[in-house]
Design a protein around this ligand. Sequence first.
Ligand SMILES: Cc1cc2nc3c(=O)[nH]c(=O)nc-3n(C[C@H](O)[C@H](O)[C@H](O)COP(=O)(O)OP(=O)(O)OC[C@H]3O[C@@H](n4cnc5c(N)ncnc54)[C@H](O)[C@@H]3O)c2cc1C
Length: 615
Amino acid sequence: MAEAFLPPGGTLPGAEGEGGVPVAGPVSDLVAGMSPRTRTLVRAGLRACEWSTFPRRFSRLPRERRAARLGKMAAGGRLRRDLFLLLKTLSCIAYARDPGVQAALGVTSGCSRANGAAPDPPPAPRLEPEALVPPDGVERCDVVVVGSGAGGASAARALAERGLDVVVVEEGGYHDARDYETDPLAALPMLYRDGGLTFAEGRPTIPVPIGRCVGGTTVINSGTCFRAPDEVLARWRDEFGIPWAAELDAEFAAVERDLRVAPVDPATAGRNAAVCREGADALGVSHGPILRNAGDVVCCGSCPTGCRIDAKQAAHVGELPRAAAAGARVRAGARVTRVLVENGRAVGVRCRVEGRDEPYEIRARAVVLAAGAFGTPRLLLRTGATRRAKAVGRHLRIHPACWVGARFDEPVRGWDGVMQSWYVDEWQDRGLFLEATFTPLPFSAHWLPGVGEELKSGIERFENLGVIGVHLSERSEGRVQSSGRVTYRLRDDDARELVYGIARAADLLFAAGAVEVYPQIHGVPRLAPGEQTALADGQFGPGDLRLEAFHPLGTARMGSDAAEAVVAPSGETHDLPGLWVADASLMPTSLKVNPMVTVMACARHVAGELAARLS
Ligand SMILES: Cc1cc2nc3c(=O)[nH]c(=O)nc-3n(C[C@H](O)[C@H](O)[C@H](O)COP(=O)(O)OP(=O)(O)OC[C@H]3O[C@@H](n4cnc5c(N)ncnc54)[C@H](O)[C@@H]3O)c2cc1C
């Protein structure tokens, strides 16, 4: 399959074969480390592909026929297309990570400061977390926080600084600039849940990667920092009865100060930012530099696999060390399996530590769930006492996004600059937020059109690629089940808005000089200048779009109405005293922007309410 996707010939080696880049072995190793459910799905997909050419087996066909078969899969029904995209993605990641391929394309990676000076070395780590099981298997504290990402770390710090004895439990391991893997196939299982293969199943199936390590998704995110707009917070106050939602200025300011939030400098943001800016200027639409948490560091594109110099103020660099300095204990490698309930109150959690048969308990006066929008509802659903709340696991929003790439005649060299750099908010009242985002080659190659020579030639011109991401604050909703299965149904009207956004991204790219655009719409592999105007006429449905998403939220939403919300405006669950939530699950609506800063501000507020209650 890899050979058929990426054949020999041209200026780059092929996949597999003599002198080729090994792909099948590394992909098998990656898949072997995934959850049984994902392994089964991949295996079933491979079998289906192998026998799709019955009576001959796919793997026995000559390469050209295999490539033709893959092309047919891409043009086929939805399930075939999902399978095709999965296989193409895995093949491309394994191929494009090859140092030889990157060297042949001139792709480099290095960080510098805005003034061209070398960045500071990574900060000395101030955390050495590990699972530490007391001999009697029971640890005691005032508050146990489940999850160490944006919400958990902020809540833990705020609680510890108010003098409470806090334990943070994190399922993933601790990693920092000393040991991040540069090879994405090694970094994915190290830092991501299920090796990065987490999906919202539906029409279309949408990859929704999330972090699984100390620091959670902040370790692998792009560091973009936006406050939720005022109208979103006012809606939370007015429609969901959250009185403090529109009074978060002080919390936002504190978060921004601690994260050292600053706008990207246009002079050093790189050509991909300039493409977006020039396109927006030419069209006369509203735009600006993205606010980030990495100071004046011009990044090397390593954000998705851990910032090589930990310049990005991820939770394990900022909030967790601050929490630890105030006395919090951070436990890594311990998975919470359930919340302990006694006499109608949450009194702690039960954890599993790898390699230890006996579970381990952390008993506390209050439990704060911050296991993310997928993890928190699972724990709530397993905790019988909250099952009554019909909103648990429902109302999932993911901020569906589309990667819109474009080929320019001149080099863009998107890797020379800030990965996520420039925004266009002209269409924000429709829920559309566009961000120039140039992901590294292994995470970009699979978006290029075609298979075989067509795909290879796209990769060969990687230097000339410009990219804008289109995000939609959607009305569609999904659901997280107690098994961990995530489903999501993209509505027709949201699909139409996404197509509108894709067409606007194409406008921007063409206005900046692009010669062709890749819109990720089924049956429309590329657009020539002007063709985007024909896109937004409603002929495409949800299943025609190829999407991804990075901002799941809303699965334990907050609100004053116990019949409609899981969590009260204080942050405590409506149904179970002592059980609190402080992560992205709380958000009652889409945010219109990237969520990290809002998650942190809300977590700080909830921690304040809890501390007041405990004192
Ligand atoms: C590739 C990518 C790029 C992104 N870029 C941006 C960006 O630039 N700006 C932005 O604002 N947002 C960005 N985001 C989103 C942002 O990082 C998240 O919205 C935010 O981190 C969510 O915070 P959280 O606390 O809800 O969950 P997380 O940060 O995901 O933390 C949850 C933690 O809980 C742990 N956990 C789960 N279950 C258990 C359990 N049972 N026991 C113990 N621990 C458990 C997980 O392992 C994880 O570490 C990005 C996301 C991705 C995937």
